[in-house]
Design a protein around this ligand. Structure first.
Ligand code: GAL
Length: 585
């Protein structure tokens, strides 16, 4: 199916005089935009005091935008509870790992587990749904904003503690069961009752890995539940598509789980901010690509969110110029905003929407570019978007090619290896991105990212499963009936769900045992016979599989049996390029 990709913009009418709304709407349409997102942080303007509702201005803003012919994305404003909310719920703040409440004065200041705030979130969602749910121009709804951003998934508050204890009780039923499955006999950590279990911060040395792993699962579930509450209300009140705007490299909650209840996944794409702020690239790369961003990082997220959205995905916030929040905030090079937009369409995006309409001259983001300058003239990015919109009038996105290869990406594995890295450089996300980048270099422009509950692999030639914490039944079944190539490891299947080393030793594949682990400093990486090195992680193995690569000390590094290849170490860029060559397009 081919279709016309669309452009949009994030707009905050409450920031601008009402007289400008119609003119703004007219200019959006003139620029070639078809979608506009509103309402996202507007709670204090909708309800300045508890129960005092002033939705009339939003009615008028919606009317202006809709009359101009724009399609509207309405947002629930729950990422920014107003100040009075804290008076009502003084214990609603999340606490940091040091045991301090995270204060009012920016945004996302709430604990996902707080019952009172959950009720407030349902209340405001219902009020908005009742008022706008059937509006013909409101064609999508966004829940909250960027769950997990600013490190807000994990909270160590007293509220979270009580919720965690009852989460544990439902999971384990008896304390004896928890003690056995965690293995609390170690260091005499056995519990008598669920209400003795603290959150895993402020311990003297490292807390028990099974304890932390369950805390991470619990925290992820709180996000899923919080989102589900809004979804349940909105489903009653609207038939429009429901979506959320996820972020780049936020891994503290399971996005597949949140995505299950929504119709579309969207994400906020800040290529230059991400390169500076959250990529693993070295300084030379950062300098070289400062105005373009890291294309592998970007495209990985496009592919990830296509999967989280079960095929339907958008960019909700595209950087249109310099941002304000990274250590360096360069301007994109000429043509780059156009390029980012087309990259997203090439990965299957239905809509690319820019953040934001007009640069705001006050507040935390006064240095953040918009499509318009603060004086209302088009910014450099705005000019580019206007020209691109013209270009898109005659552009039909080519049909998305079916990916030939896929990578299993599992949020729980990220948590597990944060809990127990063993080497400070063992970062699961980085391992996944290394494999993704290696495959892109072999000509794969679209790579599917699969959840660990994927039930079959039949569409693919090869599946990569690096660094997987624990096998799931679904993956085992999908692997058993797959006839293509399976590339597994390093570290895959090395723990049980309960965070134990499996009795038969990892990875749980016939004819292969990982008998010992050796971590390798980057500066002393081990040369491979052939190309590249093994770095960070190397496994000693016993096997009857065929050895296809060795390190120069004669140890097996890559082995094969039938359609399965196992990587007994983490190859560097050169080694990885060599190992994935057989899968070149
Ligand atoms: C996003 C956020 C927006 C805005 C933007 C600035 O993370 O959703 O509200 O803050 O960053 O780049």
């Amino acid at each position: 199916m081919t279709y016309k990709p669309e452009l949009g913009v994030c707009y905050y009418p409450e920031h601008w005089p009402e007289e400008t709304w119609s003119e703004d709407a007219r200019r959006m349409v003139e620029m070639g935009l078809s979608w506009v997102r509103v309402g996202e942080f507007a709670w204090s303007q909708l309800e300045a005091e508890p129960g005092v509702l002033t939705f009339e201005w939003l009615d008028r803003a919606v009317h202006s935008l809709a009359s101009a012919g724009l399609k509207i994305i309405m947002c629930t404003p729950t990422a920014t509870p107003p100040r009075w909310m804290l008076d009502r719920h003084p214990d609603m703040l999340a606490w940091d790992e040091g045991g301090r409440p995270r204060g009012f004065g920016s945004r996302r200041h709430y604990d996902f587990a707080h019952q009172g705030y959950r009720e407030e979130s349902v209340r405001i969602t219902r009020l908005m749904g009742e008022r706008y749910g059937r509006h013909p121009s409101i064609m999508a709804w966004q829940t909250d904003n960027e769950y997990g951003c600013h490190d807000t998934t994990l909270s160590y508050s007293p509220v979270a503690k009580v919720a965690f204890q009852s989460w544990l009780e439902s999971k384990y039923e008896t304390i004896a069961n928890l003690n056995k499955r965690w293995g609390t006999i170690f260091w005499s950590m056995e519990y008598n009752r669920f209400d003795q279990i603290e959150l895993p911060n402020l311990t003297v040395t490292e807390p028990h890995p099974a304890h932390v792993m369950d805390f991470r699962r619990f925290a992820s579930d709180q996000v899923v539940d919080f989102n589900q509450l809004q979804v349940d209300v909105l489903r009653e009140l609207t038939d429009a598509d429901l979506l959320h705007n996820y972020m780049g490299r936020i891994t503290d909650f399971d996005h597949y789980d949140v995505g299950d209840s929504l119709d579309i996944a969207t994400w906020d794409s800040y290529p230059l901010g991400f390169l500076e702020d959250r990529s693993d690239r070295d300084d030379a790369y950062r300098a070289a690509f400062a105005r373009e961003g890291d294309s592998d990082f970007q495209c990985f997220h496009h592919d990830l969110y296509r999967s989280v959205g079960k095929g339907r995905w958008w960019v909700m916030e595209q950087q249109p110029g310099p941002v304000n929040w990274a250590p360096h905030n360069p301007a994109p090079k000429p043509g780059q905003v156009r390029q980012w937009t087309l990259d997203a369409f090439d990965h299957g995006a239905e809509v690319v929407s820019y953040f934001r309409w007009r640069q705001l001259p006050y507040g935390q983001e006064q240095m953040h570019a918009g499509l318009l300058r603060p004086d209302g003239a088009l910014s450099e990015g705005g000019k580019e978007v206007a020209a691109l919109a013209k270009e898109l009038e005659t552009y039909t996105r080519p049909e998305l090619t079916q990916a030939k290869v896929a990578i299993v990406f599992d949020y729980a594995s990220q948590w597990a290896w944060e809990v127990q890295p063993q080497d400070k450089n063992f970062d699961y996300f980085r391992l996944i991105l290394d494999v993704y980048s290696g495959l892109r270099k072999q000509g794969h422009d679209v790579i599917d990212i699969l959840s660990p509950t994927t039930k079959n692999f039949n569409e693919y030639k090869a599946i990569f499963i690096p660094g997987l914490f624990a096998w799931t039944d679904e993956l085992r079944a999908a692997m058993a009936q797959f006839e293509g190539e399976l590339i597994i490891g390093p570290r895959s299947g090395s723990r049980t769900e309960d965070f134990h080393i499996p009795d038969t030793l990892p990875p749980g594949l016939d004819g292969l045992k990982v008998t010992a682990i050796d971590t390798v400093r980057l500066e002393s990486s081990l040369p491979l016979k052939g190309k590249g090195h093994v770095q960070i992680w190397r496994e000693n193995i016993e096997t009857n599989w065929s050895v296809i690569s060795q390190t120069t000390d004669g140890k097996p590094a890559r082995i094969k049996s039938k359609n399965m290849t196992y990587w007994a170490g983490w190859p560097d860029e050169e080694g990885l390029s060599d190992w994935v060559k057989p899968f070149a397009i």
